[in-house]
Design a protein around this ligand. Structure first.
Ligand code: SAM
Length: 290
């Protein structure tokens, strides 16, 4: 134990050996705390049949741990300077594959099917780059990728949004989308000082258990999400006003008021207080009426 190098020492050594400096523009804040890695690994519940997709392996501190516990790991890294470093580090691990690419561009379904196709469970485990956290998460969910869970370290404020309750300040359309597809759970808060270099914000680890079927049943998914976005689009407005602006170009306020009553939702409420069940009831009624 005493002779084991710290993760900070390992990271600094790799960076020095390859003459690399970290790029904040790519969200390169590397994790240096073994206990936080333990928490991520515990939350990921990996087994010998689990395949892992990692986004942004950096210099592989998390990848190394994933390789020890999972059946296979495929890691997508955008920074071309890090790819040969990772390839060298993981040459002794045939279960680890490094892919040079942008997580927003690569065909993730194809990657999962070809690289993790023979795994019984599949998870995303990652310390995500801050600047694309929400787009990456939305991509993972909206593409309905064959995943069982997603365990990610993200900015604390985003984690609060994903796990928020209706009516709270953090509750928004990203909350509804996340809870529609998954069961989000807060794992742990992560202070800024455990990263190299230290970021401006605190982070948190969350686990999203992907649901086999969405949380609520809706007759028209596209309409459901349009209703949700409209309700949150105009936070100051009451529901009939917000929905009329978002769905009908400012028209049909009277009808909307009636439909809300019919869906058992007080028209005086604000959109950000509606639960998923209420959003679904409203969207299903609108689907019948319009
Ligand atoms: N996994 C490492 C760790 O935990 O220490 C590094 C995490 S760091 C927060 C984010 C990593 O994502 C960086 O290595 C960065 O180069 C990479 N990255 C940034 N944008 C990316 C993108 N669009 N696609 C794939 N990787 C990206």
């Amino acid at each position: 134990r005493m002779t084991e190098p710290t993760i900070t020492a390992r990271t600094r050594q790799i960076l020095r050996r390859h003459g690399l400096t970290l790029k904040k523009s790519l969200g390169q804040h590397f994790l240096t705390d073994r206990h936080i890695l333990d928490r991520i690994l515990d939350a990921a519940e990996l087994g010998p049949e689990t395949g892992v997709l990692e986004i942004g392996p950096g210099v592989g501190a998390l990848t190394e741990r994933l390789a020890q516990e999972a059946k296979a790991v495929v890691a997508v890294e955008l920074d071309n300077r890090l790819v040969p470093v990772l390839e060298e580090l993981f040459a002794p691990f045939p279960s680890v594959q490094i892919i040079h690419g942008d997580a927003m561009q690569v065909n993730l379904l194809d990657l999962i099917e070809t690289r993790l196709g023979d795994c019984r469970q599949r998870s995303v485990v990652a310390n995500l780059p801050y600047y694309v956290t929400s787009p990456i998460l939305m991509r993972l969910l909206e593409e309905r990728l064959p995943l069982d869970s997603i365990v990610v370290m993200i900015q604390k404020e985003v984690a609060e949004r994903l796990t928020a309750e209706p009516g709270s300040k953090a509750y928004g359309s990203i909350t509804v989308t996340t809870q529609y597809y998954t069961q989000p759970e807060w794992v742990t808060r992560v202070p800024a000082h455990v990263f190299l270099p230290r970021p401006q914000v605190d982070s948190a680890v969350i686990r999203l258990r992907v649901r086999e079927t969405p949380a609520v049943s809706v007759s028209d998914e596209h309409l459901f999400f349009r209703v949700v976005r409209s309700a949150f689009g105009q936070r100051r407005k009451t529901l009939p006003n917000a929905l009329s602006a978002g769905l009908f170009g400012g028209k049909r306020k009277g009808e909307l008021t009636d439909w809300l009553v019919e869906a058992d939702i007080d028209p005086k409420r604000r959109g950000e207080t509606l639960s998923l069940v209420e959003f679904a009831r409203l969207a299903n009624l609108l689907d019948e009426r319009v």
